[in-house]
Write a protein that binds this ligand. Structure first.
Ligand SMILES: Nc1ncnc2c1ncn2[C@@H]1O[C@H](COP(=O)(O)OP(=O)(O)OP(=O)(O)O)[C@@H](O)[C@H]1O
Length: 251
């Protein structure tokens, strides 16, 4: 089942001003099916952030279409988009973006609270996810009380709280040491394997990308090649490095 469908997406910055135009995306088409874990890689400036911002409804494309669960998000108005994002999308950010003034259970529950869901339903869902990620003892704690690894698990629970159609992850291993990077990628794999979540992750990091089932490489705003994992992570890692060495993007 198709969760995300992108048709011939373009993004031109400064298209309507006198400044020099930059064609950041130049006819991107791709599809992500239910339960996939897809990585987007490419050299610096290739258009990864631009693509993620458009797919996640943060920015508008210049032309093309983006369907999530068969809904055309490219034509949505701002308010409609905000509601759609809250109800259908999950996010995992580089620095996890937990709110220090809220307890962990409130952080996780926030979108459901904003959506005025029944308190009992919210509590059940929060409990289920906190158990799933083995953080059930931390409900009343605040983000500044917990370790980096626990924050990662809270961020994952928060991303799943609204049962999103798709989770977008932006460089989740960006600032992390190798142990923390392994943790967050294991958490994301667990979400994908055991909850059948659909995940699209932008990354520079071949190690992070090796956890994906498919990696799409972009360059100059175009899809260059995509490769599939056949289950052996080490082999997939080597394959990713090989493609990177050909198209660029090695840090
Ligand atoms: N707001 C903007 N205005 C004008 N040009 C922009 C803007 N944002 C990005 N660009 C340009 O669009 C192109 C793609 O940028 P983008 O940030 O999407 O690349 P990226 O692959 O995410 O890069 P990196 O890996 O360095 O983060 C680049 O040439 C960039 O300079």
């Amino acid at each position: 089942m198709e969760i995300l469908k992108v048709n011939n997406l373009t993004k031109v910055y400064n298209a309507y001003k006198e400044a020099k135009e930059v064609k950041a995306l130049d006819g991107i088409s791709l599809t992500v099916n239910k339960g996939e874990f897809v990585g987007i890689m490419g050299p610096s400036g290739s258009g990864k952030t631009t693509l993620l911002n458009i797919l996640s409804g943060v920015d508008k494309c210049t032309s093309g279409e983006v369907f999530i669960n068969n809904k055309d998000i490219s034509s949505m108005k701002k308010d409609q988009m905000a509601l759609f994002r809250r109800r259908n999308l999950g996010y995992i950010f580089q620095d996890f973006n937990l709110l220090d003034s809220l307890t962990l259970q409130e952080n996780i529950a926030l979108t459901l609270i904003l959506d005025k869901k029944r308190p009992q339903d919210i509590e059940n869902r929060v409990n289920k996810l906190m158990n799933f990620f083995s953080i059930e003892g931390l409900k009343e704690k605040y983000p500044y009380h917990i370790s980096g690894g626990e924050k990662q698990r809270v961020a994952a629970a928060r991303a799943l709280i609204n049962e999103p159609a798709i989770i977008f992850a932006d460089e989740p291993t960006g600032n992390l040491d190798s142990k923390s990077a392994t943790n967050i990628m294991s958490i994301m794999s667990k979400m994908n394997d055991e909850m059948n979540s659909t995940v699209l992750m932008v990354t520079h990091d071949p190690f992070a990308a090796s956890f994906c089932k498919r990696v799409i490489f972009i360059k100059d705003g175009k899809v260059k090649i995509e490769i599939n994992s056949h289950g052996d992570r080490k082999k997939f890692f080597d394959k990713i490095l090989e493609v990177q060495s050909v198209i660029g993007g090695v840090n």
